[in-house]
Design a protein around this ligand. Structure first.
Ligand SMILES: [Zn+2]
Length: 305
């Protein structure tokens, strides 16, 4: 390589991989010509691939300070993201796209510990877990992240009808996607079963108290002569509709305020129920939410990776 060509190559501008690291003993060169000054001991510990490569390192290009240069197939951005996870002096990026780049390279270079660490962090990225669980799920499947079930559970917040395509779905099989859809429907059925059990289960809430009290609410009668206030029955039907789309406990707590308002408005027409309906509905919702969540937790995801 001529001196002119050498000058065209850019070194990493970011510490600790720039030329100021006097402890660096090798240079990793990306396919777009970016040089990373690296301490080989770090790579040897993190990657059996690099351990073998460095053992067999003979005559390569020599760069500044006579350091051997290893040319790699990755671009500078991919290498940067990977190395940030390998060096304790560095702070890795928490952007999902950056993490994905790091995971791909970690897998290629057999960095099992690094990959596991990144995977554990992936499931804890609250922002992405809530906003882009499908993308996260596809990444987790591709890289066999152990917390897959937790991430799959987060996809339940996104109704199947309306989920947007993400390019990462191209990396997983149709079989896994089918399993994810089966899981969604199974959780939906489970959540509906909770509603159907609770809506007639006589518990100490005001909507079950008639006719032994002076309740003037319109009421409904179910099997075994069970009786409930109609406003509460309507509320449960709306909760069921919401859970059919998003089968999670949080759905109950996040029901649109107009649903509760509509139920409570009718309850306040009754002198007996009006004073207690709000408190009882709040108390019920906490228990309702927990029961939905526990039931969904019991649904087994079998993705057969
Ligand atoms: Zn009443």
């Amino acid at each position: 390589m001529s001196d002119d060509e050498e000058e065209l190559l850019a070194g990493s501008d970011d510490p600790p991989f720039d030329e100021n690291d006097t402890g660096a003993d090798i240079i990793l060169r990306s396919n777009d010509g970016e040089d990373f000054y690296i301490r080989s001991a770090l790579l040897t510990m993190a990657s059996p691939f690099f351990a073998r490569l460095l053992l067999s390192l003979r005559s390569h290009y020599r760069g500044p300070r006579g350091l051997p240069i290893i040319e790699l197939a990755e671009d500078g951005e991919s290498l940067q993201q990977l190395l940030l996870w390998c060096d304790p002096r560095a702070v890795p990026s928490w952007e999902l796209d950056d993490i994905e780049l790091a995971l791909k390279s970690a897998e290629k270079y057999e960095m099992i510990g690094t990959k596991r660490f990144i995977g554990e962090m992936l499931g804890k990225l609250k922002e992405y877990v809530e906003t882009e669980p499908l993308k996260l799920f596809a990444i987790a499947v591709r890289h066999r992240i152990p917390d897959l079930a937790l991430i799959a559970k987060e996809t339940l917040h996104h109704p199947l009808d309306g989920r947007e395509y993400v390019p990462q779905l191209g990396d997983i099989s149709g079989a896994v996607l089918h399993r994810l859809q089966e899981y969604y429907f199974c959780c939906t059925r489970t959540a509906i079963e909770v509603v159907e059990r609770l809506e007639w289960e006589q518990r100490p809430f005001i909507w079950f108290e008639g006719p032994l009290v002076p309740c003037l609410c319109e009421y409904e009668v179910g099997q075994n002569h069970a009786r409930r206030s109609k406003w509460w029955g309507d509320y449960m039907q709306r909760a069921k509709t919401a859970l059919r789309l998003r089968p999670r406990g949080r759905t109950v707590l996040n029901l649109p305020s107009e649903i509760a308002a509509s139920a409570l408005e009718l309850a306040t027409l009754c002198l007996y129920c009006g004073g207690r309906a709000y408190a009882d509905l709040q108390r019920f919702n906490v228990s309702f939410s927990n029961e939905v969540e526990n039931a969904v937790d019991a649904v087994v995801c079998e993705f057969d990776l």
